[in-house]
Ligand binder design. Sequence first.
Ligand code: B1M
Length: 210
Amino acid sequence: MSTIEQLSEALQRGNAKEVTALVQEALDNGVTAQRILDEGLLKGMGLLGVRFKNNEVFVPEVLIAARALNKGVELLKAKLIEEGVKPIGKVIIGTVKGDLHDIGKNLVKMMMEGAGFSVIDLGVDVSDESFVEAVKTHQPDILAMSALLTTTMNQMETVINALSSAGLRDKVKVMIGGAPITQSFCEQIGADAYTPDAASAAETAKTFVS
Ligand code: B1M
């Protein structure tokens, strides 16, 4: 098995120590940072995402793999900048006002980063004003919102209305998700996409920038 294949495997097992050693080994052998990222780390994360979607692995495995991915990316960062590798798009993500649940949001963030996006995380309990301000400042391709409570999901519509009032609605794709969210809710509030899980969120995000 090649170093790159071993890297993809180690990433899926969430072995951060092995991941950093293999990234270093590949760099020492002259493999480009871009190839290490695409064919090793991101491929591994993509495969794990599919297994997550199919309920073959669960939240802890994905979180551990994401930590290993971050370690590997840290090691590659300088080289990637040197090679001029650009992210495929920019995402702003947050959990809506009044809602403190962030495990699902963090998974979506990791999967999007794994798919090659740069992600600005506004955290939890994010007001419509803060979402709008962040869209104004960072001009992302996608605004991603998470809500886990039936009492907070309507905040998503408030944010979309606030984007419209600020003249920003047609400048950004709005993606939503979280346990109480449905496709019909998505259509009702005028969001661009609802996805039920983190892996499909990353897949759908890619279609918005391709
Ligand atoms: Co809370 N909680 N919680 N909670 N909590 C739920 C959501 C609840 C369903 C539990 C229940 O009663 N059965 C219930 C909501 C009921 C409702 O509104 N219908 C509930 C409640 C009521 C509350 C409190 C009000 C409890 C109280 O204080 N009385 C309170 C509210 C606090 C607040 O937010 N203001 C509260 C607090 C908490 C904790 C702080 C203790 C903790 C959160 C810790 C944290 O997030 N850091 C917590 C937890 C852990 C849960 C449960 C048990 C698990 C949620 C979770 O992380 N799941 C949850 C019950 C449950 O869901 N079984 C529950 C794992 C996570 C991976 O799934 O977030 O759904 P999820 O993300 C999924 C998808 O939804 C999707 O991708 C992920 C998977 O790939 N997804 C997106 C999520 N965001 C997306 C965005 C996208 C696309 C996909 O695009 C942008």
